[in-house]
Design a protein around this ligand. Structure first.
Ligand code: NAD
Length: 259
């Protein structure tokens, strides 16, 4: 029995690592994928189709409310409904101390991670309210739970996602819609991990060494389980939160962080 048979799932950031992994997991469990990204989602769509799943790609810039609304309208016109949303597009930003953080990058991070997530949440939840059902998972981050140095924009944007999740969960509960968040921590190996190790080393703070190899050890030592997370450890948690097994869970932020 496929848990998400014929459910329509919108995934934002679907061209990226986590979006692709989640899309594939849901395709295996019977969902129909609507792939939203500012970049082409061809590789994700091809991977879904290669395992016999159904996916359609919608070029969408989450920072642009009209672009999001157009894509959401198109999904409803193509499939008649939206059952599930994985609100996941994101940008890590620069690694700079607070007093030196460039204003334009601060706005870029907030625009993609927070304003963009709101645009998607708003347009999709409007569809779900009309349906009287739906389930949403927002991607936050341990950077929004803890206090990472040199990440004033990213950490603030992800802390706001956790708050947005709780408020939306309250607003949407009367309409049969659950809203939760996930907070992954250090995931690797991968581009995001390499980038953050290199940039934390360059940032010249007293909290991390200037040698990326040492920074890697410092970061792994912060994790009680003493290892990086694997992207493969994320989709199962999202699937649980979207499933009936989590039918009484809303407004939670689930940390995927090794302790
Ligand atoms: P990724 O860079 O591989 O994917 C992010 C995707 O978001 C990209 O495909 C990108 O094109 C898309 N995107 C960026 N701006 C967009 C816009 N304006 N409109 C539409 N799409 C846009 O990164 P990932 O690791 O897959 O990250 C996915 C989410 O997980 C992000 O929100 C990220 O902050 C979060 N996260 C990642 C990690 C990690 O270690 N990988 C840890 C914690 C949280």
């Amino acid at each position: 029995m496929k848990r998400f048979a014929d459910n329509v799932l919108v995934v934002t950031g679907s061209a990226g690592d986590i979006g692709r992994a989640v899309a594939l997991r849901f395709a295996r469990e019977g969902a129909i994928l609507a792939l939203f990204d500012v970049r082409p989602s061809d590789a994700t769509q091809a991977a879904v189709e290669a395992i016999g799943g159904e996916a359609r790609s919608y070029r969408c810039d989450v920072t642009d409310a009209q672009s999001v609304q157009t894509a959401v309208n198109q999904v409803v016109s193509d499939f008649g409904k939206i059952d599930l949303l994985f609100n996941n597009a994101g940008y890590q930003g620069l690694f700079k101390k607070t007093h030196a953080y460039p204003q334009d990058d601060f706005f870029k991070v907030i625009n993609i991670n927070l304003v963009g997530a709101f645009h998607v949440l708003r347009s999709v939840s409007e569809v779900m309210v009309k349906q009287g059902s739906g389930c949403i998972v927002n991607t936050a981050s341990m950077a929004g739970v803890g206090v990472p140095p040199n990440m004033i924009a990213y950490g603030s944007s992800k802390a706001a996602i956790i708050s947005m999740t709780k408020i939306a969960a309250k607003d949407l509960a009367p309409y049969g819609i659950r809203v939760n968040a996930i907070s992954p921590a250090f995931m690797g190996p991968g581009v995001m991990w390499d980038r953050q190790v290199a940039l934390q080393a360059q940032a010249g703070s007293p909290y991390y060494d200037s040698d990326p190899l040492v920074v890697e050890h410092q970061m792994v030592n912060e994790i009680p389980m003493h290892r990086l997370g694997d992207i493969k450890e994320i989709p199962g948690v999202v699937a649980f939160l979207m499933s009936d097994d989590a039918s009484y869970i809303t407004g939670e932020n689930v940390r995927i962080a090794g302790g």
